[in-house]
Design a protein around this ligand. Structure first.
Ligand code: MN
Length: 247
């Protein structure tokens, strides 16, 4: 047996509704535009949608406090259906995706530092700084497909301080779940533990410290969180108190 030279990272996981069991999270795939955002939207399901990733440890329970991330002044919400892969595979037949590969579903948030995303788009840079930060993928507990089936319709909504910001329906997904998962499996070999965020309806917008962000995906998951300011690092307040003091 090989010794670890540092403590092994804590594996990420999501609770499973109605049990004490957890779903171990491997990788997090996120699909770009997958709903029409307006009538003029020319997004077409015949084009492969862009996808990007978040680290597994960005997945946190969608409850309690949501830290406002550093390095942004445009912290945005995107409510999404999340698919949990139970059996992996490459080049999966779309007709086999639901019964053969999907373990369950959750409601999730693809939180985004929108200002950094716009900068990255303009510069042709990668999106990680905008998408792959700590706490950027809150999820409700997973519901097994054995319990909820494979939803093809149902409301997807999000409100901030009780005012609705986003509303769509799973029936409006440009790429249905079975097509998305099949498409991804033609690009990478999917593995048990992978999550797929399936895209967000129109109405994305900024969050501020103190906001209560709530929402739901069909009957699968409902969440409510309060955006909180990050604590001031001790070194920064310490250095501020040093201002003007010679040493
Ligand atoms: Mn998204």
């Amino acid at each position: 047996m090989t010794d670890s030279v540092i403590p092994a990272p804590t594996p990420a996981s999501l609770p499973v509704t109605g049990t004490t069991a957890v779903f171990p999270v491997g990788r997090v795939f996120c699909i770009g535009r997958n709903y029409r955002w307006d009538r003029q939207d020319t997004a077409s399901p015949v084009d492969m949608p862009p996808w990007f990733m978040k680290p597994a440890n960005a997945v946190v329970p969608a409850q309690g406090e949501l830290p406002y991330p550093p390095g942004t002044s445009d912290f945005c919400h995107e409510v999404e259906l999340v698919v949990a892969i139970g059996r992996g595979g490459s080049d999966i037949d779309p007709a086999q995706v639901e019964a053969g590969h999907i373990w369950g579903y959750a409601a999730g948030l693809d939180l985004t530092r929108r200002d950094l995303q716009q900068q990255a788009k303009r510069a042709g840079n990668p999106w990680e700084a905008a998408k792959a930060f700590d706490h950027s993928a809150p999820c409700t507990p997973l519901v097994p497909a054995q319990v909820c089936g494979h939803p093809r319709q149902g409301e997807v909504w999000l409100a901030v301080n009780g005012t609705e910001r986003q509303r769509g329906d799973l029936s409006e997904l440009l790429w249905p779940v079975r097509e998305l998962v099949a498409m991804l499996s033609r690009s990478v070999a999917l593995q048990p533990g992978d999550l797929v965020f399936t895209g967000t309806p129109s109405g994305v917008g900024p969050l501020q410290p103190g906001d209560v962000v709530s929402g739901a995906v069909a009957d699968i998951g409902r969440f409510s969180m309060t955006v909180c300011s990050p604590p001031e690092p001790a070194w920064r307040s310490a250095s501020a108190s040093m201002t003007g003091v010679s040493s």
